[in-house]
Design a protein around this ligand. Structure first.
Ligand code: SF4
Ligand code: SF4
Length: 413
């Protein structure tokens, strides 16, 4: 049986910052809807139940116009996820609209739609992540799709790793098959393989890593995430989102290219108390149309599709002990140690968040943090329809109203 642990471990570096000053694209992680043709056992029901109505295309367009007005000349990248994003009836229309508007797009898909569907849209994408789910994915059809897409668009293949032995084996066999197909020239382009450990409570306040058996950890060390590339093939996916960020050591001046998968595999994703640029470099749109800084839940809600959005202008202090999403990890962030060192560049950070704050302010931060946790939990949990559940819901709703007032006066400029 799988077990979760409470959080990640502290990273062995002090900051994640862009490699170049001029490169700060805005990345919108868009959870388009929660309909899916699969029911993966490691996936929370809220990701596939179809409990939300399809997103309204007119509202999508209005939101994009607001983003462009607020973030000015910044390059905008949109990553679609879900649910299975390609199931949305207006998906192709939306792809056309975004690319016509000069926005770069990418998506994560389970690849279940027919290849003809991907042939119609693939060239409009800057990257596509295909997820292999051992319970449902048909390996042969999936491999044909990998072959086609790898010649057209940068792709990564995310191989999910459930702890259950039978499923684990299927995923590892698929990996072997993929590597063999590549070496036998049955896959023409470049493929980035991502071995993805599953988490428990995905998308809820209790998202936590899962404990794998020692033999599985050992096998993963032998077959980690890697890239299969041919000379002259197209650049890897996420180049502008992930590839241009570096990690820094505070003790000396060295820096290294950010390798998100390595951090996840070694659990070095506990950024609690770090200052994080989420909301400034990345936004998250949920299946219910609510807009957040990120799916991690840190920072208050920014608004809803169809309404005016209060875009943030300042970073946040992280209160989570596990940062679970690859693109969240890549967002610029600096540790308390980094902030305290006067010789370091922390120009984007709000220094008072950590240093120089009075005891009263520190207590207030803690209070806000605990309220945020409760609210996020309420928003992501199944609703309890008993009388006690409803009373608790109303109580938390009032708290949310109060918090929104306090929080927006504190953080909005
Ligand atoms: S394909 Fe993705 S969204 Fe669908 S059930 Fe599996 S993990 Fe969840
Ligand atoms: S993205 Fe969220 S969880 Fe990750 S470091 Fe930033 S605030 Fe924390």
């Amino acid at each position: 049986m799988e077990m979760s642990v409470s959080g990640g471990v502290r990273p062995n570096f002090d900051a994640i910052l862009p490699a170049r000053d001029d490169l700060r694209p805005l990345h919108i992680c868009w959870f388009l809807h929660n309909h899916c043709n699969h029911r993966c056992s490691y996936c929370h029901e809220s990701n596939w139940s179809g409990s939300f109505r399809w997103v309204d295309f007119a509202q999508v367009k209005a939101f994009v116009e607001q983003v462009k007005a607020h973030y000015g000349d910044r390059q905008i990248l949109v990553s679609f996820t879900g649910g299975e994003p390609t199931l949305w009836p207006d998906f192709e229309k939306c792809v056309q609209y975004l690319t016509d508007s000069g926005i770069e797009i990418g998506m994560t898909s389970n690849g279940a739609k027919p290849i003809e569907f991907f042939e119609r849209i693939a060239e409009k994408f800057s990257w596509i992540s295909l997820s292999f789910h051992p319970e449902f994915t048909r390996p042969d059809k999936f491999l044909s799709l990998v072959n086609y897409l790898s010649g057209v668009v940068p792709i990564s293949v995310r191989i999910m790793l459930p702890t259950e032995e039978k499923l684990w084996r299927r995923s590892m066999e698929f990996r072997e098959n993929l590597e063999r197909s590549f070496s036998e020239n049955r896959i023409r382009g470049r493929v980035q393989i991502e071995m993805v450990k599953t988490v428990s409570g995905f998308g809820t306040v209790n998202t936590a890593p899962i404990v794998y058996a020692a033999e599985q950890e050992a096998e993963l060390l032998k077959f980690p995430s890697r890239e299969l590339s041919r000379e002259g093939s197209i650049k890897p996916p996420y180049a502008s989102v992930l590839g241009e960020y570096v990690t820094h050591q505070n003790g000396d001046a060295t820096s290294a290219m950010l390798r998100v998968n390595d951090l996840v595999e070694s659990h070095q994703v506990n950024f609690q108390n770090w200052i994080c640029n989420i909301g400034l470099e990345q936004l998250f749109v949920g299946a219910d149309g609510f807009v957040f800084r990120s799916g991690c839940g840190v920072g208050s809600r920014l608004g809803r599709l169809g309404h005016r959005i209060s875009f943030p202008t300042k970073p946040v202090r992280c209160w989570k002990s596990y940062c679970h999403c690859a693109t969240d990890i890549a967002v610029s962030k600096i540790s308390p140690e980094w902030v305290k060192n006067p010789s370091r560049d922390s120009s984007f950070a709000n220094r008072e968040l950590l240093s120089g704050a009075s005891t009263y302010e520190r207590l207030l931060f803690k209070f806000y943090d605990s309220l945020q946790r409760e609210i996020f939990e309420l928003e992501t949990s199944q609703r309890d329809r008993s009388l006690r559940g409803r009373v608790r819901g109303i109580y938390l709703l009032l708290k949310r109203f109060w918090l929104t007032l306090q929080w927006s006066s504190r953080w909005s400029s």
